[in-house]
Design a protein around this ligand. Sequence first.
Ligand code: SF4
Length: 61
Amino acid sequence: MTVRIDGEACTGCGLCTDSVPDVFKMGDDIAEVIKSDVPANLEDDVREAIDNCPVEAIIAE
Ligand code: SF4
């Protein structure tokens, strides 16, 4: 699984960066992806972050 953030949609709420800090971190205003190639052991956490993002700004590819 690979992920990226839709920078136009992200509001910088911090939900994903708090829940999966090994994959997401806060940039200046919006979240950034640290590991776009998600390690297998973090995929479930990332799927949950995708479901929980209030603006659907996390895109799995
Ligand atoms: S949960 Fe969504 S809106 Fe919030 S920081 Fe992460 S990508 Fe941005």
